[in-house]
Design a protein around this ligand. Structure first.
Ligand SMILES: [Zn+2]
Length: 162
């Protein structure tokens, strides 16, 4: 396992953006990079490549070359998990899962295909998850924000003064 930091991963700007969005300051977030073998002990589903341990302000991710992702997409996995750290620090809960996963996908730039969202989806994914939760959550968050794709005006708005 390799333990690294926000600074070493060059994610300070992303962390600052999240501190602004969530209005939560987190002193230090550890990024733990696991080998495929190490990661296999924590894997809860075949598609999982990262997880967060928000109470310890730590995220865990499988090493890049075992992730089946480009460097850019692998970095988004780390960002996704960092959003979970902020979410739990803010709300002291991981629920509703769809909002938690939706925020993580949306804010990390993991764009998803369009999906119809129903109230029953939101009920289903309140406290349960499967592979579809990312699509449902992403689109629910996007719709709440007026249907803007990531990188739209709202996302890039930087709060100054006040
Ligand atoms: Zn997630």
């Amino acid at each position: 396992m390799k333990i690294t930091t926000i600074e070493e991963m060059n994610l300070q700007d992303f962390k600052t953006k999240l501190e602004d969005i969530f209005n939560v300051k987190i002193d230090k977030i550890l990024i733990c990079i696991l080998s495929e073998e190490e990661f296999s002990h924590f894997r809860t589903a075949e598609w999982v490549v990262g997880f967060a341990f928000p109470r310890r302000n730590a995220v865990f991710v499988i090493e890049e070359h075992s992730s089946n992702r480009s460097s850019e997409e692998w970095l988004k996995v780390i960002k996704h998990e960092i959003v979970h750290v902020f979410y739990e620090n803010k709300f002291h809960s991981v629920m509703p899962y769809w909002l938690n996963e939706g925020m993580a996908c949306y804010l990390s730039g993991q764009q998803k295909f369009r999906a119809e969202i129903s109230i029953s989806d939101l009920m289903k994914y309140h406290n349960s998850a499967d592979k579809d939760i990312y699509n449902v959550g992403y689109n629910a968050v996007k719709l709440m924000l007026g249907g803007k794709e990531l990188g739209g005006k709202e996302y890039d708005k930087t709060k100054k003064s006040d």
